[in-house]
Structure formats: C-alpha cells, structure tokens
Design a protein around this ligand. Structure first.
Ligand code: DC
Length: 335
C-alpha cells in the first residue's frame, strides 16, 4: 500500500469550483501514478476553514470514485495558511514510488516537487519592489535576488578606485577583474565584493546614483545579467530590478511592474535612509530619485521599462500587505 499526497486550490468557495478542482486533482493523481480506479482503497480529504459550500468527498463520489472509502475533514483556521486549499491522501494498493500532485495555487506548498518559478518585479526606486520581493520570497520559501545590490557593488568598487565614473573605458578597466558573490545567511542576501561583505556599505546614499551610472555601460549590464540568469536558472526565485521582465528573464513566469508617485517614493527612501542613520533632505532626495529614474529609463541598453506582459501596480496609496496580497492572488490564480 502506498500513500499519494495531493493539493489544489479554488478561487471561490462554490460547489462547482470544488467539484471541478477535486475531479482534476484526483484524475491527475491517477494519471501521474498510472493507477487504476480499482486500486484506490481510500481517499482522505482535508480542506481549509474557508471552504464550506461542499464536501470534497461528495465531489469525489460524483466524479466517479465510488469504490474507495472517502473521508473529508476541515482544518482549523491557521494564520498564514494557503487560502481555499483542498488536500488529499490517496491510499493505493500498488507497489509504486508515489508521485505527489500539487496543482494551481497549492504548487507553492511544495516547490521541491513542482516546477521552478521565476517572478520578476521591476520598477523605479522606492516603488516598493524590494520589500514586496523579499516578502513574497519568504512566503513562498524561494530565493530573493536583489539585482540592484549587484550594480551597487560595482559602483562601490568604482568609487573606491577614484576613477572617472563617466568614463566607460576607465570603469570597464576597473570592473574587468571583479569578484562579486551573492550569498545567503539566514535567508538574507549578502553581497561580497572582492572577498569583503559590503552589504551595508552599498546602501550609502551616494552609491545610488553611481550604481545607476555604471549600470548604463553594456559591459557591466551584460556581466550582471549573465550572473542573474545563472542564479535564476538553477532555482525558483523572485528577482527585483529594472530590466528583469524585459531583458534578464523575458520569459519569467510572472512579471510585475511597481510604480508610485515621486513624492511617495522619496518619502519611503527618506524613511529607509533615516532608519539606517543617514541624514537626508527630502527635496534633494526627490530630485535625485527623478534624475536617477531618467537616467535608468533613457539608457540604451535594457532601460527601466514595463514589459508588455507585466502587471502594472501603482503602490502610491497601498500598504505593503495590500500589494503583497494582490500579487499573491494573481500568482495563485495562474499556477
Ligand atoms: O534597486 P536599487 O535602487 O538598489 O538600484 C540601484 C541602481 O542600479 C538603479 O538606479 C539602476 C541600477 N539597476 C539596474 O540598472 N538594473 C537592475 N536590474 C537593478 C538595478
């Protein structure tokens, strides 16, 4: 006897949705494990506390699973649990290695056995990208890659070398020999430049514009994009940047483009910098953000731009939680 696990989600708590989701889940489980209906001894269902309108066991009976003994239970309300989720355990009289089946939004529960997903979150400075990307990666238990940190590290190296940052040739010479590593400690990204952890140093206000300047140079961009693609090809991850959806990963599974008014973005950046102990002048910061956007939007290679197939979200008057829930809902509807 083997036990095959499975889970799926529905969009709304309606009998029709439950019937369709249960039928699909059971049929996929049969198909992927090559089991026939008479080999199924018993099916146990559990559904999250937000599902009331129908018994999954009844839906299974209606879908033709009549020979097996069926049982449905409801889970208690648990904070942070996946919404509208139905789980199954199929007890099968067969000697096989089970292939567990996770469909729709439930894929996020078992990233290890479902396909890899890449989420691209692009947008200008202060649009909320990094906060959202971090939270999303945490909730889905996948990697978060802050691509801006890589350009910031390049900028730091250039500034420390005290060369002319406007000279593409000089920058290229300095960055030709570059050891840039992205490591994770307790889920937090650490940026290691030439063997030194520069994660805090690259957040200094003067690095922002310099990062934007060096990121214009094709040599730098191609080098960084290659590293980012390498990381994304290996594992599921959320990447935030300016060109992820258009240039780094044009075939990313999910693409979002976040924006907010310059005032709101400058306000957020000010708060962030003040929390790190920097003194900032709001008007100056706002001007710098606008200048940086212009530079990022007008460079020749991979400019800051919304991909045609990216979902645009204006976060000006939204809370972090609202943006996060909007994005999660869209992801769960599609997978
Ligand atoms: O997201 P950030 O503020 O850390 O990015 C700093 C600069 O790096 C940004 O102004 C432009 C550049 N950048 C880029 O060109 N492409 C990316 N994918 C990420 C950042």
């Amino acid at each position: 006897m083997v036990v095959i696990r499975g889970a799926t989600t529905i969009n709304e708590d309606t009998p029709d949705e439950i019937r369709a989701a249960v039928k699909e889940l059971l049929e996929q489980t049969e198909k992927r494990n090559a089991v026939s209906r008479d080999e199924i001894v018993s099916i146990v269902f559990s559904s999250t506390s937000d599902i009331h309108s129908y018994y999954p066991a009844k839906a299974a009976r209606e879908a033709g699973f009549e020979g097996a003994s069926l049982f449905s239970a409801q889970e208690p309300e648990i904070e942070g649990a996946l919404k509208l989720c139905i789980r199954t355990m199929l007890f099968v009289e067969k000697n096989i290695t089970p292939r567990h089946v996770y469909l729709r939004g439930a894929k996020v529960l078992r990233k290890d056995i479902t396909e890899k997903i890449n989420v691209a979150i692009d947008g200008p400075a202060g649009s909320g990208k990094s906060t959202i990307a971090k939270a999303l990666a945490r909730d889905y238990k996948i990697l978060y890659l802050d691509t801006g940190a890589m350009y910031r590290a390049c900028a730091l190296k250039v500034l420390e070398a005290q060369i002319d940052i406007q000279s593409e040739k000089e920058v290229e010479e300095i960055l030709r020999v570059l050891s840039l590593e992205v490591k994770y400690e307790d889920g937090t990204q650490k940026t290691i430049l030439d063997g030194i952890d520069v994660s805090d140093k690259i957040r200094a206000p003067e690095i922002s514009m310099a990062a934007s300047t060096v990121s214009r140079y094709p040599f730098v961009r191609l080098k960084m994009a290659e590293k980012q693609r390498e990381i994304a090809s290996d594992m599921s991850c959320v990447l935030d940047g300016r060109d992820i959806g258009t240039f780094v990963l044009p075939s990313a599974d999910f693409k979002f483009f976040l924006t907010a008014s310059p005032e709101v973005r400058a306000e957020r950046r000010k708060k962030e910098l003040e929390e790190k102990g920097y003194e900032v002048d709001f008007e100056k910061l706002k001007e710098e953000i606008i200048a940086r956007d212009n530079q990022d939007m007008n460079r020749e290679i991979a400019p800051l731009k919304q991909a045609d197939d990216a979902v645009l979200i204006d976060t000006s008057s939204m809370t972090i939680e609202q943006v996060l829930q909007t994005i999660k809902k869209m992801i769960q509807e599609k997978i």
